[in-house]
Design a protein around this ligand. Sequence first.
Ligand code: ARG
Length: 252
Amino acid sequence: MKKLLTITLLGSALLAGSAVAQDTLRIGVDVPYEPMEYRTADGELTGFDIELGNAICEEIDRKCEWVVQAWDGIIPGLMARKYDAIMSSMTINEERKGTVLFSDPYIKPPSAWFTPEDSSIDFPAKQTLEGKTIGVQRGTLQDNYATDMFGDAAEISRYSTADDLVLDMDAGRVDIAFLDFPVGKSTLLDSEEGSYKVVGSMITEPEKYFGEGFGIAFRKRDQELADQFNEALATLKENGTYQEIYNKYFAT
Ligand code: ARG
């Protein structure tokens, strides 16, 4: 009887338990997505999101632990309590807001189209995409957009990680890639493997597809935790820490 009671109490504590009360806060992230989240040569997680996330955790006095999770299961993983937040360059948009609670946007990078330097694709002329292969990371906004806009004219190649996409691009199997700009810059424009360029940004309905910038996602019941993150983010912007991290990854 006593045991049953303990189990019941434990069960309801877990159910009622918001992530604010836990000892360690776990944050889900999909890597590599350079320069936002990736591993150093010795396997350590680093990147803009990682450093900003760690600074937020320090600010709110919480121990944080990063949990690596493939992108296409990243929201289900949050719902299944594999972690308590997602900080993984996730764009805030209406559709996702139906499922998760977002922090304030912490950065707002554009999306961009990348081709090999010598490509004949004359973007944004849709007919030059006829029969071409567009590479995207599966389940991203770029995937949704390319599929909706060009799915009839071009073939869409969907990759589970941004790195697999870049490898195929270097191997000549992808004609044009659609990526968050900082990621394309870091992995294509700045890479030594190939020579790439940006070919204009043909983006219609930007609000619908590209939302309001990147946000940290929480379960909907965790408003208190989201508030703490927002407050910490504001502090880090005020005291210069945000700018310091920003400059480290984006200063040209
Ligand atoms: N910003 C895009 C989106 O929200 C892609 C993010 C992919 N992030 C990652 N870490 N792989 O759909």
